[in-house]
Design a protein around this ligand. Structure first.
Ligand SMILES: [Zn+2]
Length: 365
């Protein structure tokens, strides 16, 4: 545990939901829907090696119009479309649903670890996908081919920001199937979630809170009754959320969007239990919001200082932002983050951007 984490509180201590299993994290009250939330944890084959998914005890009206209620569960987030994740889900279905069905699939945002199996889950249970309109559309397009993670235009974009290792550029060019490999399809229809919309889940109101800068239109879910925020990737306890600029929106100010978005959690009670997509459930969200602001303020100061010494491209900034060696997957994320930091200073008027004769953008005071 690092020093910053010690300022947060983990109510479950070191207890984790077993990989491929579930753990109750919130009990229901007198509504009879007990337990209310189960934490499901699944393995990921990346540097970030797991994802947290949630089962919310739910009910839905039967379609015959008689007003009777069907009992069941709603899923929040899905894992990537790998055979192992399907096997894990089948085991969850057999052991954790108390004989009840899945009633809907809610997805916080369109990244592969969150939406990958939505098509399979919705088909498996004949239920609807609930997601923001922006993330739904971007995921639909992502299934069709190259996205910000790879392909010719992504390689050109990163080259224009100084990534000049022929090997890395060639690998990014060749990586056209990254998104479809993890998200082969998404359901053909969806239910739209929007900022401030109230969704009734298990007899309780959940408020949608939109967030930007990490995904196009991420939706976190807050339930006052349960005192719980499903934070998705917008409120993580240990790692800082990836905030990147990609070639589809080359002049985005993603970091400013992200920092504004986390400020929207400030009006939630301090003792709110945050259920993050990676790491352990925690309280101390207001402290965490401050830590994230401080983290980015420090990084921005480092970047500004580097650009004061000499004009810097995003690639020049990588060693300033990241100390560790990175594989290609991480380098792509890191380049996106580096551009996001330079853009925050650029849009703030602290840096100027010039395009060199070599076709590379550099930032200078
Ligand atoms: Zn994400």
């Amino acid at each position: 545990m690092n020093d910053l984490e010690k300022q947060l509180h983990y109510p479950l201590g070191e207890t984790l939901a077993p990989l491929g299993g579930a753990l109750v994290v919130a009990q229901g009250d007198g509504s009879g829907l007990t337990p209310a939330i189960k934490w499901v944890r699944m393995a990921l084959p990346f540097a970030l090696n797991h994802i947290n998914l949630w089962l919310l005890r739910d009910e839905a009206e039967t379609s015959d119009g008689a007003g009777a209620m069907v009992q069941g569960w709603s899923i929040v987030d899905c894992c990537i479309a790998h055979e192992k994740s399907k096997v894990a889900w089948e085991s969850i279905f057999a052991n954790e649903l108390e004989g009840l069905p899945i009633l809907r699939v809610i997805v916080t945002h369109m990244h592969p670890d969150h939406i990958g199996l939505a098509h399979w889950l919705c088909e498996r249970w004949k239920v609807s996908l609930w997601i923001s309109a922006t993330d739904y559309q971007v995921a639909r397009i992502g299934c069709l081919g190259p996205t910000g993670f790879g392909g010719e235009r992504a390689a050109e974009f990163f080259s224009s920001h100084g990534l000049n290792s022929p090997e890395a550029v060639a690998q990014i060019q060749a990586r056209t199937g990254y998104f479809p490999a993890l998200v082969p399809s998404v359901p053909l229809q969806y239910r739209r979630m929007m900022d401030r919309q109230m969704i009734r889940i298990g007899g309780r109101d959940w408020r949608c809170i939109a967030g930007f800068g990490h995904a196009p239109e991420h939706i976190a879910l807050y339930c006052k009754d349960l005192n719980v925020l499903i934070g998705g990737d917008m409120m993580l306890p240990r790692i800082s959320t990836n905030v990147s600029v990609y070639e589809a929106e080359p002049e985005a100010n993603a970091l400013a969007l992200f920092l504004d978005s986390i400020d929207r959690f400030r009006d939630l009670p301090e003792h709110t239990l945050v259920l993050p997509s990676h790491g352990k459930p925690f309280t101390g969200m207001h402290t965490r919001i401050e830590q994230l602001h401080q983290h980015h303020r420090d990084r921005l100061a480092d970047v500004l200082q580097a650009c004061t010494r000499q004009p810097c491209s995003a690639a020049d900034i990588l060693p300033v932002l990241f100390e560790r060696a990175m594989d290609l997957h991480q380098t792509t994320f890191a380049m996106g983050e580096s551009i996001a930091h330079l853009h925050a200073l650029w849009f703030d008027g602290k840096l100027h951007r010039t395009l060199g004769a070599d076709g590379i953008y550099r930032f200078t005071i």
